[in-house]
Design a protein around this ligand. Structure first.
Ligand SMILES: [Zn+2]
Ligand SMILES: [Zn+2]
Length: 343
């Protein structure tokens, strides 16, 4: 029985190109009580590997969080397989708007302590006691209400390139940080204000809404399916789009354009730009916003220091990195003093 990925990303890329079939980028999550995540993990891997599903999936006692790429022709088989698992029957699937056949190149199903690294202790509250789920139309009405406080539950580098108009975008590096900031800011308004929140696909709000209810907030709402589902509904139902800019996504596309507005700036020269990149220096990999001109001038690096290292022969770079441990700034801080135009 083959329970793990065996192909390299390069080999997979070649296979996808040769197959020439369209793939769908899909995400879904579900909080549930899972007795033995390892058994579920193996079950999913075996079934999905056969369907040529790729992606990054976390399974934990508290549920499942999955980001996948599924061949379009296998979608129905994939869907019926999900429906055959009782707690995943009719789970809402977020389907990415932009087609990308190479959004994922491996199938990785991992057992974790949590499905989202949220820094919260599960025992303190009931995560199933969540806020009111609202669709795009109701959300549009709610966020124009003067009694509404709209909060972006994502991290600074995500809201920087795109967010809903009128949203509070906490300048935080982690989900845990934003929970505390919001609670403190709204301490006087737990009963009279409507706390409306959103995130990428809804999973963070699922927990945040339960958390705020536990903390005494009376009117807690969350955008069902997050920005991804909102955009789908806005297009399908011809509603007004109130999201400005790009939706940051956690695959190699980095961002999905929702409106033509460019609300952020190149971190190196300050001109309007909303393209996230990772510093080309392998030892740095800082996530930041860089325009094409700066990318050319800086050899895709975040600083002249990284540029110099990046220009060294690979073996020398490797020797420099030795003993320093792998830097993992991807999707993390996205902050550095070398970036002149990053707050
Ligand atoms: Zn620039
Ligand atoms: Zn760098």
């Amino acid at each position: 029985m083959q329970l793990y990925n065996t192909l390299s990303a390069k080999e997979r890329e070649k296979l996808i190109e040769e197959a020439g079939q369209d793939r769908l980028t899909i995400s879904f999550y579900k909080y549930a009580h899972i007795g033995n995540p390892q058994i579920l993990r193996n079950h999913l891997f075996l079934a999905w590997d056969q369907m040529d599903v790729l992606g990054r999936i976390y399974v934990a006692n508290e549920g499942i969080n999955a980001q996948l790429s599924v061949p379009a022709e296998n979608f129905n088989a994939f869907k019926s397989h999900l429906d055959s698992i009782s707690f995943l029957e009719n789970v809402r699937l977020n389907i990415a708007i932009e087609q990308d056949n190479k959004s994922f190149l491996k199938l990785k199903v991992k057992v974790r302590d949590k499905i989202v690294a949220d820094g919260l202790n599960d025992d303190t509250f009931d995560v199933t006691n969540k806020g009111v789920h609202v669709g795009a139309e109701q959300f549009n009405e709610l966020i124009e209400d003067p009694d509404t406080v709209l909060v972006d539950m994502r991290n600074h580098y995500e809201s920087e390139i795109g967010h809903f108009k009128n949203a509070i975008t906490p300048d935080v590096d982690t989900f845990r940080d934003s929970l505390d900031i919001i609670e403190k800011d709204l301490a006087e308004h737990k009963e009279d204000k409507k706390l409306v929140m959103y995130c990428t696909g809804g999973i963070r709000c699922e927990k945040a809404s339960a958390y705020y209810k536990h903390k005494g907030f009376k009117n807690v709402y969350q955008l069902e399916g997050g920005i991804i589902e909102y955009t789908r509904q806005v297009r399908a139902q011809n509603l007004e789009n109130k999201f400005l800019g790009k939706n940051f996504v956690f695959d190699h596309r980095r961002g999905e354009r929702i409106s033509e507005d460019v609300i952020s700036h190149c971190h190196q020269c300050g001109k309007p730009c909303d393209t996230h990149v990772n510093c080309a220096n392998e030892a740095c990999h800082l996530l930041f916003i860089q325009c094409e001109e700066c990318a050319a001038a800086m050899d895709n690096c975040c600083s002249t220091e990284c540029q110099e290292i990046h220009a060294l022969p690979y073996e020398e770079q490797k020797a420099l990195r030795k003993g320093k441990g792998a830097s993992n700034k991807i999707f993390k801080k996205g902050r550095s003093p070398v970036l002149k135009y990053k707050k």
